[in-house]
Every structure is written in C-alpha cells, then in structure tokens.
Design a binder for this molecule. Sequence first.
Ligand code: KG4
Ligand code: ZN
Length: 365
Amino acid sequence: MTQSLTLLGLESSCDDTAAAVVRQEPGQRAKVLSSIVFGQTELHSAFGGVVPEIAARAHAEKLDHCVRDALQAANVTLRDLDAIAVTAGPGLIGGVMSGVMCAKGIAAATGLPLVGVNHLAGHALTPRLTDDLAYPYLMLLVSGGHCQYLIARGPEDFTRLGGTIDDAPGEAFDKTARLLGLPQPGGPSVQKEAETGDPKRFRFPRPLINRDDCDLSFSGLKTALMRMRDQIVAEKSGLTQQDRADLCAGFQAAVADVLASKTRRALAIYMQDAPRFPALAVAGGVAANTAIRAALETVCATENTRFIAPPLALCTDNAAMIAYAGLERFRAGARDGMDLTARPRWPLDQTSPAMLGSGRKGAKA
Ligand code: KG4
Ligand code: ZN
C-alpha cells in the first residue's frame, strides 16, 4: 500500500441518506474523517414501514446537503478526493438510483473515478475499518432488512452460509413491539420490557434450530407471540405490565437462542478455512441487543473466537462503510463507468441461491 487514498461515500438504499469521507494513509488503518446520516424515520412512521417513493424523494432532496456537510466536516474539498463510492444495490430501487445519479453527477463534474459498492459488502467490511480485521472472518448481518452469515475472504470474495428464509430479526422485533403496543423501533422497546420479564414463562418455538444448516426463520415467532397475547387477552381481558415483559423476554430469548445455535454451526463451517485468528463480527441494528450480544459472546468464548461488534453508528446504515468498501475495491483496481446501474437485488455471493421475498425494508439479497 503506497498511496494515500481519500474517498467520498454515498448511501441511500433504504431510509437513511448518508455521506462520509474516509482516508487511508500508507501503512495505516483507514480513518473516518466524517460521517453524516439523515434518517427518515418520521417520514415513514405513519405507514408502518418504509414507503419506497417517499424514501426516494427524500434521498434526492437530502443527498446534496449530506455531501456538502460530509466534505465540510472532514475539512476537505472535492479536489482532495481520489474517488467516489456509492451504494449501487441491493435496496429500494428509487433510493439506490438517487445515490447513483448523485455520484455520477459529481464524477462527471470533477472527472473523479466512480466505484459502485454492494451495500452488504459495506456492512461486511466494516470490521476491517474499525478493527483492522484480517481475512478470512465470519460475519453475521442482523438488522431490520438483513440476516445472513458470510465468510469474508476478500473485498469481493464472500461465501454466504445461510440466512433468514422469511423475516429479518429486526423486523420480528418491530412486529412484536407493534403487537404489544410498544413504540417503534421495536428492538430497543422490546429489550427494555424484557429486562423485567421472565423468559421462561412462555415457551416460544426455536424455528429451524434442529436443521443442520445456517438458515433461520423468524416469522413463526411473531405468530406464536400473537397467539399467546390473544390467549391472555381472552382469559383476562387485557395484558398486564408483567405479561408484556414476560412475552418480550420469552421472544428475545428465543431469538438469542436461535442465533447462538446457528452461529455455532456457521463457525464450524468457517473453521474449515483454518483461519489463523478466528473472528466473528456482527453488523446491523439488532447487534445492539445486549441479550443477543451476550449469547454470541458466549459462543465465541467457547470456540476460542474473537468477537467484534463495531460501534453502533457504524453497525447501522451509514456511508463510512460504503466509502471504506469502495476504498478497498479501488485499491484493488476496480473502477466503474457512467454505465453503473442501480440494482434492487445483488447477492454478495453470486453462487448462492437467490433469496425469495422482500422485507419491510426492501429486497433481502
Ligand atoms: O441496521 P439498522 O439500523 O437498519 C436496517 O434495518 O438496515 O437496524 C434497525 C433494526 C430495527 O428493526 C430495530 O428494531 C433493530 O434493528 N434494533 C434492535 C435493537 N436496536 C435496534 N433489535 C433488538 N434489540 C435492540 N436493542
Ligand atoms: Zn444495511
């Protein structure tokens, strides 16, 4: 590595408009010079999910501001950049197009090279940005839109070991909160309720836990919760605070158990790579859950594997991860032209079968 590189990154694949500047000096770890995120939660809150058209319009409006703020906060100008990285998929297509068009506009005006980045690669490479993690490592993406295990072997070399066949875990947390009348986003509210709950009072299913693969399923959990809730309401004509806490604790324990068990399987497959320094990294909003984190930490401790959870701001959607993934691709010689297209679906591992269905937050690549 002989050249200092500074990249602007753009992200607009879901409900966060983001721009960031990342720089890597020769022989040093990459640094996030700025990371600006404009969330759209309020715009969508009345609709119970992200409305793609509203998201796309908001991205188109906010991207310029984001870029200006990111450059200012990093104390750089367009002339200091070496390339522009942009999320080119997977995601809600209108939003991805807004970002790609913005990046092309800047590239056309400045002559800077363009690098299209897979959003999932952005998440998957984050532990290299934050912890300088060496390849190969195991990655678990767990958010409102994603849930999959990947072995990361290089900036464009991923093996998908398995993932959800229906809902993402964050989606299940959000639906659980909705069913119990708790505020959105559901993850933090369910976690808070669970603190005073008894995880053993209600026995939730552990979907696919006995299946000898790394696939997961979360939609049955929410159906089970709905049934239990309806049964209590029928018996007592309402839920007490304790009922709610116990339901949340039981649900959260089931998610943690399933993730721990599937992580053990994924680690066993990853170990076949004989990594010198085995590591599991997590990304996504659900990685903020303390019970889930503790369960994963326990699995890693028993398997002599390092556990890495990047700071939450870099675990959830942001543009620093896109700038960094773009930087790795750029250093490896990747360049995209004005024919770069926005892709609603874009599996990281081209050899794995495509996922069916699309979640609340868009395509589950
Ligand atoms: O990564 P993220 O910010 O956005 C995407 O989905 O791409 O993840 C948001 C998801 C939401 O579904 C939210 O409920 C969940 O992460 N989440 C949590 C927690 N904090 C956020 N789930 C469980 N426990 C938490 N503490
Ligand atoms: Zn994401």
